[in-house]
Each structure stands twice: as C-alpha cells, then as structure tokens.
Design a protein around this ligand. Structure first.
Ligand code: PGA
Length: 249
C-alpha cells in the first residue's frame, strides 16, 4: 500500500522564534488520519526543528541540498550535513528552485542520485507552467521532467522516491487545479512510471499534489484515487490549517 503524505514546505519564512511558535502549535494538534506528516523549515532552523520534533509524528525534512559530498560550494548544504542533524528526507526540484536558481533536469538528476546514495528519501517536484497547459502540452512537459531527472534510476530506487506534481500556475496563486485535473495528471504520471518500470513500482509510488491546497479543498483533492497527499506551501504556515489538511484524509 502506498503511503499518504502531507508535507508542509515553509519556504523562506519564519525566523527562529517564529519557527519555535509554529512547532509548539503543531505539537498541540491531534492527527486523526493515517497520513505521514512532514514539515520543511529553512536551513537555519532545521537543526532546532529536528531535535524538538524527534520522536513525534511530524518528520522534519529539508527544502533543498547540493549534489556534492562536500567541498568548495559556498552557501551550499550536503546530504551528509542533513543526515548529521537527523534529516532523512529532502525536497528536490521545486519550481521556485527551477525558476529562480536555474535548476535543470540534469542538475536535479545529480541531486537525486546524491540523496539516494546517502539513503535519503526524495520528494521530487515537477509541473507545467500556465503556457504549457494553455497550449495542451502539460503531459509532454511533465513526462519529460520525470524522464530526464528520474528514468536513469533502477526500480528499487523508487522505494525512496515520492513524486509531487505542482502545476506552476497553481503555486501561491490561490488557483488550484480542479480535483479532475489533478487526478488526470496523476494517472498520467503513474502510467508513465508503469510503462517504464511496471505496475508494481508505479502502484507503490506516492504522488502528492501541490498548489494552493487549503482546508476547504483538501478533502476533495485527496479523495481522488491517484492523489496520495499534498505538498503544502502557504497553508502550512498556520498549524490549524495544516492539521485540517492532514486530517482531510
Ligand atoms: P502553495 O505552495 O500551497 O502556497 O501554493 C505549494 C508549494 O509550493 O509547494
């Protein structure tokens, strides 16, 4: 059975004291669903968050990492550094990384390899832009993003891969893909995996939806058969909203 996952991506928000307050609020919430819960604070607050949330049902994960083991890469963080503070999961390929930091499929393939080599789990993000959808190219774009960054992997690697479909036009815009649009794309993603790796691999990979998920729309989106959870931005900064989404399963 593939896992249900709700992950909060805090992006470049929350200084240390705000992070402490949000964590306190999260700890006071009750989880009534079976979903795995994760939060991704910014790098400076990861160590604090990971020690405070250790042995709770909220996993602390990273928003990004570099592909190199160590060395002259000013400003970067490696997989080993993350592991040394208890981080076992990393988000890679978020559209903001692709757009503002020029991360390409080729670079992301190297990051995925580096994370998997350290035994980390990867939440791999991808999604089309508005122009792609308007021109009817969304499946081609998404298919290529997956093939270019992930199809060099062997089937066993997918035990540590979670996919996150995030249409760029729905991120932080308040505009959500309809549950049908999300389901159609998730089914296409699963078929893309099945064509390459077979049904067993495709059926076991969790595919999250991201893009303006809120308490008001989470239940309907999560009710779709190929939607296994969500990657949540804005709504993850509020503990009540985040747990309403977690409990929407
Ligand atoms: P949003 O962000 O929920 O604020 O749209 C989603 C994401 O970027 O992961």
């Amino acid at each position: 059975m593939r896992k249900q996952i709700v992950a909060g991506n805090w992006k470049m928000n929350n200084d240390l004291s705000q992070t402490k307050s949000l964590i306190d609020a999260l700890k006071s919430k009750t989880k009534t669903s079976n979903a795995e819960v994760m939060v991704a604070p910014t790098f400076t607050n990861l160590s604090h968050a990971s020690s405070v949330l250790k042995n709770t049902n909220v996993e602390v994960i990273a928003q990004n990492m570099h592909f190199a083991e160590n060395g002259a890469y000013t400003g970067e963080i490696s997989a080993s550094m993350l592991k040394s503070i208890g981080i076992e999961t990393v988000i890679l390929g978020h559209s903001e990384r692709r757009e503002y930091f020029n991360e390409t499929d080729e670079l992301l393939a190297k990051k995925v390899d580096a994370a998997l080599a350290k035994g980390m789990r990867v939440i791999f993000c991808f999604g089309e832009e508005l122009a792609d959808r308007k021109s009817g190219n969304e499946e081609t774009v998404v298919g290529n993003q997956i093939k270019n960054a992930l199809f060099h992997l062997n089937a066993a690697s997918y035990q540590n891969i979670v996919l996150a479909y995030e249409p760029v036009w729905a991120i932080g815009t308040g505009e959500t893909a309809s549950p049908e649009q999300a389901q159609d794309m998730h089914a296409f993603i699963r078929k893309t995996l099945a064509d390459k790796y077979g049904d067993n691999v495709a059926d076991e990979v969790s595919i999250l939806y991201g893009g303006s998920v809120k308490p008001a729309n989470a239940e309907e989106i999560f009710s779709k058969p190929d939607v296994d959870g969500g990657l949540i931005g804005g709504a993850a900064l509020n503990a009540d909203d985040f747990f309403a989404i977690v409990n929407a399963f």
